[in-house]
Design a protein around this ligand. Structure first.
Ligand SMILES: [Fe+2]
Length: 207
């Protein structure tokens, strides 16, 4: 008898993401491939952990177990954050500011959309590789812009990611020189799917 508690993660596809403003199809193709690597590695690490458990080797003193455990957050967050990122972009974005409850959430937390955007843009311009993420606090409904180093250092536990922007160099270096990260950030804004972001808001929290 062979039963497994494990369910592998599927690699998602975004076939409608092409011809974006300022982000080339080549960049997207490479980026989708990198994302697939995180899905593959998340599945692999979970399989290895299950195997160690089965063999009675899932102990804190086992270096293999410890190393896999420490890597798990990197791979998981690499998978999940890329899904948020690709999900919150769209072809034919109009570059306009959001409306409705999302606009209200930004205004409540930062005064107005432009002030929120300026802070989010500045967050994304920080030195190093990582992510700029506008989170919503589930307790207060307020939005806070956060810097996440790599994929796993800085995520706010229990907060809801609303706008997720990849600022690893692989996200734009085929399209821009390193000093032009701000141009990539502006391109990201031109491609944001605000409706997708709005759907992430915690119900009843934005007023
Ligand atoms: Fe990425």
């Amino acid at each position: 008898m062979s039963t497994s508690l494990l369910e592998s993660y599927e690699t998602k596809k975004w076939p409608s993401l092409s011809n974006l403003h300022g982000i080339s199809d080549k960049t997207l193709e490479v980026h989708f491939g990198l994302y697939a690597g995180y899905v593959k590695n998340t599945n692999l690490l979970n399989e290895q952990l299950a195997e160690l458990t089965k063999e009675g080797k899932a102990t804190a003193s086992n270096p293999s177990y410890a190393e896999i455990k420490r890597r798990l957050g990197f791979e998981y967050d690499g998978m999940v954050l890329h899904e948020y990122y690709f999900d919150n972009m769209m072809a034919n974005g109009n570059g306009q500011a959001p409306t409705g409850s999302l606009r209200d959430a930004f205004a409540r937390s930062y005064g107005d959309f432009d002030t929120w955007k300026k802070d989010f843009t500045t967050t994304g311009a920080l030195r190093g590789v990582g992510w700029a993420i506008a989170y919503q606090d589930p307790n207060t409904g307020r939005i806070v812009n956060e810097w996440v180093t790599l994929h796993e250092d800085g995520n706010l536990a229990g907060f809801r990611p609303i706008v997720v922007m990849d600022v690893w160099e692989h996200a734009w270096l085929l399209d821009y020189v390193p000093a032009d990260r701000p141009k990539y950030i502006e391109a990201f804004f031109a491609n944001i799917d605000w409706k997708a972001c709005e759907k992430r808001l915690i119900a009843g929290s934005a007023t």
